[in-house]
Design a protein around this ligand. Structure first.
Ligand SMILES: [Zn+2]
Length: 437
């Protein structure tokens, strides 16, 4: 086998709303090493067969010749790990992946079972010796451990939100979507924990991938631990310099026009609920709406906290750099973006997996502005971008939170060689992108 790969093929699978990328490093004479980054979905486009996830699992098996070298599960959300679910009799998609015998599973430090003092079941059984935990404590610290416990509670809160009754339709859809996304996914979590050697990473730590991928350097840029930074705890969701929601006016897009429009008598007032006089209907609607909005707010916060546990990886082969940030949002990015050594890495990125399915707050302006290979004219060295997404699942156009965010998509289209899974026909399982070194 050659000392370094000659090319890499990135297979973007069509999982609807979710992520699934297979990186195949080609070392020549038929020798390849495969790394699977995420495998999950929270929604398939209409018309797709229910067997889609199993079709993909089998396709991964075929593509890898039955041997996967490593798995990266960027974070615990369903749209990134549901494909790792197992079923009785070994019939789950996660059973197929497990049968490919990966040597290593990479996850964020927040998934480390040693750090959860309240863990039960298989987690508790897997606990290492006290000495080992103390070693980790030196690197990670007590505030980080509290964070892990808090994250584990979040799954329970999401579960409760799902059972809430009598909510207005306007919030029901998003509440249910975010609730589902944040459920515990127990079988997938346990499968990831036990299918291979585990590497729980944080900013600056070793990935463990180097020995599996000769000639490839892997940099871990996130997530930071709580001790590394406390910015992860502060949501900066309205920082106008970093986000894509305020770009509409500058671009003169339809969003700016929509913002001016006020709907005077929305449909709910005309609803046929004649038990209440028309003004009371207005009050009743808003009272329910407030409760719904508050619940949504809480679930949105939980959702963002979990996104901020995403592993951010840069694969470096010679001078070529591939950036895979999962769903990392600004608070996760900030720690790496503040450091010179990572700034120069990010500046020269050649391929960018668009963060969080193209949402407004996962491609911070600082990051976007760093990308040196962006260009309005097509040329071989132009930045490539890959996005896995599905419209209509997450956020709303009127609040400029829709995913994918139109202003970001415009920028990706005009300044990168852009691919989104939305370009695929329903029956297409994947699209390949190749980089030669
Ligand atoms: Zn996601």
């Amino acid at each position: 086998m050659a000392k370094a790969p000659k090319k890499v093929k990135i297979r973007t699978y069509n999982v609807g709303f979710g992520d699934c990328f297979l990186l195949s490093f080609d070392y020549g004479s038929g020798s390849e090493r495969h790394v699977l980054i995420d495998f999950g979905s929270t929604g398939l486009p209409e018309g797709l067969p229910a067997t889609r996830m199993m079709d993909i699992a089998n396709q991964i098996k075929q593509r890898t010749n039955g041997k996967l070298h490593a798995v990266v599960a960027t974070h615990r959300h369903k749209d990134h790990i549901s494909g790792f679910e197992t079923k009785k009799g070994g019939k789950g998609t996660g059973d197929v992946i497990r049968s490919l015998k990966p040597k290593l599973v990479i996850q964020p430090w927040t998934e480390d079972p040693d750090l959860d003092p309240k863990a039960t079941g298989p987690k508790a059984k897997m606990k290492s010796s006290k000495k080992k935990i103390q070693g980790k404590l030196r690197r990670i610290g007590p505030d980080s451990i509290k964070q892990v416990t808090a994250l584990n509670y979040m799954n329970g809160i999401a579960q409760q939100m799902l059972t809430a009754r009598n909510l207005p339709m306007a919030v029901k859809g998003e509440l249910s979507f975010l609730g589902q996304t944040n459920l515990a996914n127990r079988s997938a979590v346990e499968n990831l924990m036990t299918m291979a050697k585990n590497s729980y990473v944080h900013c600056g730590s070793k990935s463990g991938l180097e020995s599996l991928l000769p000639g490839v350097k892997v940099h871990v840029l996130g997530p930071p631990t709580v001790e590394q930074t406390d910015t992860i705890k502060k949501q900066r969701s309205s920082d106008p310099d970093q986000f894509w929601q305020f770009q509409a006016k500058a671009l003169g897009s339809d969003d700016a026009v929509a913002e001016q429009k006020q709907i005077l008598f929305p449909k709910y007032v005309e609803a046929r609920d004649s038990r209440f006089p028309i003004r009371a209907r207005w009050l009743r609607y808003h009272a329910r709406m407030m409760r719904g909005e508050q619940m949504l707010q809480i679930v949105r916060m939980l959702d963002q906290q979990m996104n901020n546990t995403s592993v951010i990886l840069v694969f470096q082969i010679g001078k070529t750099l591939l950036l895979f940030p999962g769903d990392a949002q600004i608070e996760n990015w900030q720690f790496a973006l503040d450091q010179k050594k990572y700034q120069s890495l990010l500046r020269n990125v050649n391929l960018y997996k668009v963060g969080h399915h193209g949402s407004r707050n996962a491609t911070p302006m600082d990051l976007w502005n760093h990308f040196h290979n962006r260009s309005k004219t097509k040329k071989p060295a132009r930045l490539k971008s890959l996005m896995s997404t599905m419209a209509g699942k997450h956020g709303h156009e009127h609040s400029k939170t829709e995913v994918p965010r139109s202003t970001l998509v415009h920028a990706l289209e005009s300044e990168t060689d852009f691919f989104t899974t939305q370009q695929l026909e329903n029956k297409a399982l994947f699209k390949d992108t190749e980089l030669t070194f």
